[in-house]
Design a protein around this ligand. Structure first.
Ligand SMILES: NC(=O)N[C@@H](CC(=O)O)C(=O)O
Ligand SMILES: [Zn+2]
Length: 424
């Protein structure tokens, strides 16, 4: 039976909101702006905004191996509640998808319990240990969406170079968490002003940018497609900008928290403010926003990284890095950047849909006839306070608890089925 969504507004090419209808059948969009087919089931959009289902190329679902933090079931329900319908799962699980066997195991788990589309990464090195290289061609042919050792940087240049050359041969994308281990200094937050006030060890900005600089040169030499995870510093933005100018095939993502927060916002030694890379200076934050606006940074990714309250209970030293992201990303960005006129609604939506989809060669992130019926219906006027206790994610680790925001997803549709509906 077809589904007919009426009383809905979508963005046109000019970025204006126009009233329309969307007809779905067999999981696909079959008409935009048409009449209700006989017998179709009707969804009333209540005059709300409909966006393509969000695409997030950097998420941590924790299963297999760390189910106490999150499972594929809870993580994908959390994604659906945030409006995400396609998410790329990072490989820092146990086991790591570093072999066909381990990748197939992860794919089976996804098939069993995911409520949205989960595309697993393969790792760059065995067990993400940075030593023995994985077989990129083989993992790609078994469905690895891209390749990363996210959670750690690849320390050895030759390891990265060899993997980039192998990736280039089969058109695979190398996705890098850039962090030079010799420059971490046991830091738990940005090496700047606030860490000194709090008496906590700092991670200097060069820890990230120096590895991006190395990698763009390696990508050039290898002819590889190279994507940088969670860019956080102004030097990183400049390095990516220069590399793009030189014609190197580099793309980059930025996380909502790095656009919204800076080191001086950290209220105390509270591990809900601990993530990797850390919140940087206000100049860094400004450079990230400029980088998005001038196209240096290509897309937004949440880096949804759930951890337990026990792990995050007792200050930054000793706590794991990472914060959850799915259920707050859109409203926080909409409220703080679109309502204030810094981004247009179209820019924000594009950075969360078509841009990441294009980088990763995915046929998603757009509303068009023939496309998968992945849709997010958003009430742009609805105002709500972030309440971590309401999250569908197992993680409560967010620095945004208590923030007021507008623009909440009220319904998420994946392959034609409603996978999230606002409770009321
Ligand atoms: N970002 C984080 O702070 N943590 C991530 C790892 C990562 O994305 O680097 C995690 O897996 O917890
Ligand atoms: Zn990372």
């Amino acid at each position: 039976m077809a589904t007919f969504i009426e009383n809905i507004k979508m963005l046109n090419e000019q970025g204006e909101l126009v009233e329309t209808t969307i007809t779905i059948d067999e999981g696909k969009i079959i008409a935009i702006g048409g009449q209700k087919p006989d017998g179709a089931q009707v969804i009333d959009g209540n005059g709300n905004f409909v966006a393509p289902g969000f695409v997030d190329v950097h998420v941590h679902l924790r299963e297999p191996g760390f189910e106490h933090k999150e499972t594929i079931a809870t993580g994908t329900r959390s994604a659906a509640r945030g409006g995400f319908t396609t998410i790329c799962a990072m490989p820092n699980t146990k086991p790591v998808p570093d072999s066909v066997e381990n990748l197939e195991y992860v794919k089976d788990l996804i098939k069993k319990s995911a409520v949205v589309r989960v595309l697993p990464y393969g790792s760059l090195t065995m067990n993400e240990a940075g030593e023995k290289r994985t077989n990129i061609a083989e993992l790609k042919s078994h469905g690895a969406v891209a390749f990363s050792d996210d959670g750690v940087g690849v320390q050895q240049a030759s390891t990265m170079y060899e993997q980039m050359k192998d990736a280039a041969k089969v058109g695979a994308i190398v996705v890098a968490h850039c962090e030079d281990n010799s420059l971490i200094y046991g830091g738990v937050m940005h090496e700047g002003k606030r860490n000194k006030e709090l008496g906590l060890p700092g991670i200097p900005s060069v820890c990230e940018s120096v590895q991006i600089a190395r990698d763009v040169l390696l990508a050039e030499a290898a002819g590889a497609r190279y994507h940088v995870c969670h860019v956080s510093t102004k030097e990183s933005v400049r390095t990516v900008r220069d590399a793009k100018k030189a014609g190197i095939r580099v793309t980059a993502e930025v996380c909502p928290h790095h656009l919204l927060l800076e080191e001086m916002d950290i209220p105390s030694d509270d591990a809900n403010w601990k993530m990797n890379p850390p919140l940087r200076s206000s100049e860094d934050k400004k450079a990230l926003i400029e980088g998005l606006l001038d196209g240096t940074i290509d897309c937004i990714a949440t880096d949804h990284a759930p951890h337990t309250q026990e792990e995050k209970c007792c200050g930054m030293v000793g706590a794991p890095f990472g914060i959850v992201g799915f259920e707050t990303a859109f409203p926080l960005l909409y409220t703080n950047f679109v309502e204030t006129g810094i981004f247009t609604l179209k820019q924000l939506v594009d950075w969360m849909t078509i841009k990441p989809a294009e980088i990763f060669d995915l046929p998603y992130g757009k509303i068009e006839v023939g496309a998968s019926a992945d849709l997010t219906i958003i009430d742009l006027n609805k105002e709500k306070t972030v309440d971590a206790n309401e999250f569908y994610s197992k993680g409560r680790n967010t620095p945004f608890n208590g923030w007021k925001a507008k623009g909440w997803p009220v319904m998420t549709i994946f392959e034609g089925n409603v996978v999230y509906k606002e409770e009321e």
